[in-house]
Design a protein around this ligand. Structure first.
Ligand code: FEO
Length: 392
């Protein structure tokens, strides 16, 4: 287990979670990392820790650079346990070290670990000299929790923004120019869509705060470190946080006897005939966290469900619960479904879409039993109309 030198006297000493496949409901087929960073200065400083079960891995990496007992400061940028989980074990070894955190961070750590460590609370904009370097802190509440903050080292032109700009990606490489950019963008998008999506306004404020800082490296708490593509990932965060989309569509549905699927494919045909890029997601075959990635940049979202027991299918209900919490805004929605009797699913979906404030230029379609050729022609035509609508 090695420490990776990322700047003079600054090291990555995190843990790689190769086998992680689920992060509180978010499917992580490529695993993840929890990134800790060690700054060797007059006051040796560790920024964030790792999940509790990777403590020994982090410690081993730290030991290749310094004696862990020499650590003076442990900065906790974020209380969530993927970053604070090793604090108790670490602070058992170094009880005299000072934990640097935000006011909410201090409260959160106490609630999580029921232990009052030596703590120094820092305000947003506050500075801390650790020797040759002066670190400063920018609070970024709700990116990802109320306690979240960024640590900045002006001397190193280095930003430690914790969850922001992260990706769930376990790799032996540490930098963005060592892997295909497409994979990084895909994982950064999936991460944003599943973790940061509800907090667009706060992300914009955080970006304004970071705008004033001079940096050439972004070292987040998950995945790779950005050094060659900092501008690209910041540009993407600006796009995503303002709910700016492309004229693309995603069709999300489940089906019982194939009727709703027939409607979905007719919509697909109409949209494709107008050259729209469409992603089709059957809810039994696609994970909700992957679907959210498609919604991130799609202007048009089409949602379909048959009616089962006077309501929508449970897969659709589960997805919509997730969607509602992540709150994508400024979308165009279209709802469709099929039924034998009752037919309540479409109305239930409409309520959720109305709650999100999406534009619904066309009325929903709810077909009794099996769609006729004429019904399918109408659905294709709806696809064409929606394509024209999102392109205008
Ligand atoms: Fe990576 Fe909000 O924790």
């Amino acid at each position: 287990m090695e420490a990776i030198n990322i700047k003079p006297d600054v090291y990555w000493v995190g843990g790689i979670d190769w086998n992680l496949r689920n992060f509180h409901g978010y499917q992580t087929p490529r695993g993840s990392t929890y990134n800790s960073y060690l700054i060797v200065d007059e006051k040796i400083t560790l920024i964030d820790t790792v999940k509790h079960y990777l403590f020994e891995e982090m410690l081993e990496r730290i030991k290749t650079v310094i004696d862990p007992k020499d650590i003076s400061y442990v900065i906790s940028n974020h209380v969530e346990m993927d970053h604070s989980g090793s604090l108790p074990q670490l602070l058992n070894l170094i009880p005299d070290a000072t934990v640097i955190t935000s006011t909410r961070g201090e409260k959160g750590l106490l609630k999580h670990y029921n232990h009052q460590w030596n703590t120094k609370v820092v305000k947003s904009g506050e500075k801390l000299s650790i020797g040759k370097r002066t670190l400063s802190f920018v609070h970024i509440p709700m990116v990802h929790w109320p306690d979240s903050m960024v640590t900045y080292s002006k001397n190193d032109r280095l930003l430690f923004p914790n969850d922001a700009f992260g990706q769930h990606l376990a790799t032996s490489e540490r930098f963005d120019d060592q892997l295909p950019l497409g994979i990084l963008q895909e994982e950064a998008a999936k991460y944003y869509a599943n973790i940061v999506f509800p907090f667009g306004g706060q992300v914009q404020k955080a970006l304004e705060g970071l705008n004033a800082l001079d940096f050439d490296m972004i070292a987040p708490s998950h995945g790779i470190i950005w050094r060659s593509h900092c501008d690209e990932v910041i540009k993407l965060y600006k796009k995503w946080s303002t709910n700016t989309t492309d004229p693309k569509a995603v069709i999300i549905y489940d089906t019982m006897w194939g009727s709703t699927q027939k409607l979905a494919f007719a919509l697909l045909e109409g949209l494709r005939s107008e050259g729209i890029s469409v992603s089709v997601k059957h809810l039994q075959n696609n994970h909700i966290s992957d679907i959210m990635k498609d919604i991130l940049e799609s202007k048009l979202v089409l949602l379909g469900s048959p009616t089962l027991n006077n309501g929508m299918l449970p897969t659709v209900g589960s997805f919509l619960t997730y969607l509602k919490g992540l709150k994508p805004l400024n979308r165009v929605g279209f709802i469709f479904g099929s039924f034998g009797w009752g037919g309540q699913a479409v109305g239930e979906i409409e309520k959720i879409v109305e709650g999100l404030g999406w534009d619904r230029p066309l009325s929903s379609v709810n077909i009794n039993y099996i769609p006729s050729e004429n019904d399918l022609k109408k659905m294709k035509d709806i696809g064409i109309q929606l394509a024209k609508y999102i392109r205008k």
